[in-house]
Design a binder for this molecule. Structure first.
Ligand code: URA
Length: 239
């Protein structure tokens, strides 16, 4: 693999800024193959040397995968003049890595959003061919019924002509306002909201809680993010 600057490699983990790396190097807390690094500007091949920071071995990965707990009010885009984007929730070290959201959540939708700079796998995750289930928690106006569940399971054609593949609707609570989990394999524009509006139960709140085998980490508060673990990344690659 091509050699890269040490400070860039360490900052790519999202744990330290380049400025912090500089300080750590100066304090002798960055080792390359067991020897203290001289400068953050030194170039090394991250796949053929062992880098340790504060005694911990750095696990270098070619691509970056981030799990974000998206709050309402942010656009799923890299740049948009109309308001803040999900990239604004990341520190500069991660922002610089060319990350983009894997699919879109509406501005008012919260929850699990992945960001990456690995185009191929991101594309596969979104492709209906790969059958990656997306699970949403929703609160709607009106009483959800077994008939709604059957309509979801059968697949519906909405008034505006949108043909929806069979989807899951699991009622969690039925009342004047109801709660449910919706499972989709596709991701058409505003799809959950449109399907539920078609059933006469407009969405009051929407949150994505799962994508494939990845569940939203309960330790992440709204607006917080973390890198995917190696295991989680491997799970995504299995699709
Ligand atoms: N369906 C919607 O209606 N909105 C989202 O943000 C995601 C799925």
């Amino acid at each position: 693999m091509e050699k890269q600057r040490l400070d860039k490699i360490i900052a790519s983990t999202g744990k330290f800024s380049r400025r912090e790396v500089k300080l750590l190097v100066r304090q002798g807390r960055v080792l390359v193959d067991g020897l203290p690094a001289r400068s953050g500007e030194d170039k090394v091949d991250p796949q053929s040397v062992e880098i340790t920071v504060n005694g911990e071995t750095l696990c270098y990965r070619k691509f970056t995968w981030v799990m974000l707990n998206k709050p309402a009010g942010y656009l799923s885009a890299t740049e948009d003049g109309r308001g803040p984007t999900v990239l604004d929730l990341l520190p500069p070290e991660l922002k610089k890595q060319g990350l983009f959201p894997v699919g879109r959540l509406d501005k008012d939708t919260e929850g699990l959003l992945l960001l990456t700079n690995e185009g191929g796998l991101a594309h596969d995750l979104l492709s209906p061919r790969h059958h990656v289930d997306k699970v949403y928690y929703t609160r709607v106006a009106g009483r959800l019924t077994e008939e709604d569940c059957r309509a979801f399971a059968a697949g519906m054609t909405l008034d505006d002509g949108l043909v929806c593949q069979p989807a899951g609707l699991k009622i969690l609570k039925a009342g004047e306002e109801s709660e449910a989990h919706v499972t989709l394999r596709e991701g058409k524009f505003h799809q959950v909201k449109r399907m539920l509006a078609f059933r006469g139960k407009p969405v009051l709140y929407l949150e994505r809680v799962q994508m494939g085998n990845l569940t939203l980490d309960p330790a992440l508060a709204r607006g917080e993010f973390r890198l995917l673990t190696e295991n989680e990344e491997a799970t995504l690659r299995k699709i």
